[in-house]
Design a protein around this ligand. Sequence first.
Ligand SMILES: *Cc1c(COP(=O)(O)O)cnc(C)c1O
Length: 378
Amino acid sequence: MSTQFSSFQPPIRTLMGPGPSDVHPRILEATSRSTIGHLDPEFIRMMDEVKVMLQQAFLTNNALTMPISAPGSAGMEACFVNLVEAGDKVIVCRNGVFGERMRHNVERCGATAIMVDDEWGNPVDPTKVEDALKAHPDTKIVAFVHAETSTGALSDAKTLCALAQQYNCLSIVDAVTSFAGCELRVDDWGIDAIYSGSQKCLSCLPGISPVSFSEKATEVIANRKTPVQSWFLDMSLIMGYWGSSNNAGKKRSYHHTAPVNSLYALHESLVMLHEEGLENTWKRHHDTHLLLRAGLEELGFEYIGQNGARLNQLNAVKVPEGVDEAAMRSALLNEYNLEIGGGLGALAGKVVRIGLMGHSARKENVALCLAALKDVIK
Ligand SMILES: *Cc1c(COP(=O)(O)O)cnc(C)c1O
């Protein structure tokens, strides 16, 4: 390695993998504005707007809605460490990589994870969840991944949350890839705790995790027997800085130094979402998916998973016979500056994952991706 250092100039890529997605130039520009104090009244005014725009994007009135200053995995951990206590039982649905991470979170809280397994590529089966609820009537929480980025499967969040409610359980929903990419209704579907990420369908910088907790979940947090084992992710402490929407304008106290410029970026991405309209955004993801799918199938790429339960924003397809998956992806990167994702776990080497997330979900990206694929597999 050289001992002379100079500025890092990243190559200009088109990001069509499982995240991060292409960051819109407007969002990049927002991050370069001057840094102000994280308790500056102007910054607090912006924070209040971020909270309101997050409530609108989650379709919720939850007062406890805010961005966690860390990536989606921290949002996941925030939901588990605040709601789960030692000795609790949590039903964890596992149909890909992220369900398995949920299990680790539950077990590290000293609780028991009851696993409901579905084949990778398939959505979570509500019948199996109901059987588990019947077999374990003392279950406190049902946790599942709405959009499994590792396989491209979309689960029926509405039905799963209704089941949790029917059996007096809370629900924890991973919406890292679904948020702003497909239909998601926190209040209508009765979701109790939800987390997302900034770098997927919001097309924002990586490193921020929007979360929201229902009133019922907030009460559970307030009535814990033991303190949350994570100081940083303890929502009762974070609230002192972010406030809740019913104490907007009240004095905020220092908890941690917020990533000021990353929050400018989040604010800008939410303004853009607001300008386009949530339902129009969902539709754009669907339309670009249909376009990509037609082209991929023509090139001989076959989708994994079940018809009707596939994501628009993450397309997991089998690599055609005789094509070297790793070589194909390096050719795309080296010759076209185009990034797509490889398979994870059992799917490594067998599938590729093509993301159409946020600003990446555009017709011109679909055209580039199909033309580049056609060239490198010939
Ligand atoms: C990306 C992702 C995460 C993790 O988010 P990070 O920002 O990488 O920590 C969690 N769940 C799902 C479904 C994801 O796609």
